[in-house]
Design a protein. Sequence first.
Length: 144
Amino acid sequence: MTAILTIILLGKPRGKQRPRVMRNGITYTPKETVQYETALKMEAAATMQREGSKPYQGPLRVTVAAFLPIAASWSKKKRAAALANLIRPTCKPDADNILKMLDGLNGIVWGDDSQIVEAQISKLYSDQPRLVVSVWELEQGRVG
């Protein structure tokens, strides 16, 4: 089965950070989160426009692959092992916080992220850091 849509955002993947509260009680979203979510929205909108698609309706399956950069200090042997997926990232960002970034695709790729009924996320190493979001439409079962 082929994805109906694949969004690729180049650069180091980021997770959604928690809102911060200032001393006066005002809550704000950290700048890094806002910038990354905005970049993801823009890439998704451009991809949807190229595809000539409107926000999808119904149940969806999403796979997210976060390709993280390899530390420059790693040896050639360790680097090769990371590229062969023999070493997987156990560093930040957390997988669940990467998934939370998909909130920014509401109204662009789907009506609301509550339509996602299946999700899979993978963290991998790569020489080309990026976030890859693939979307599949699922068929509704018929009752009665």
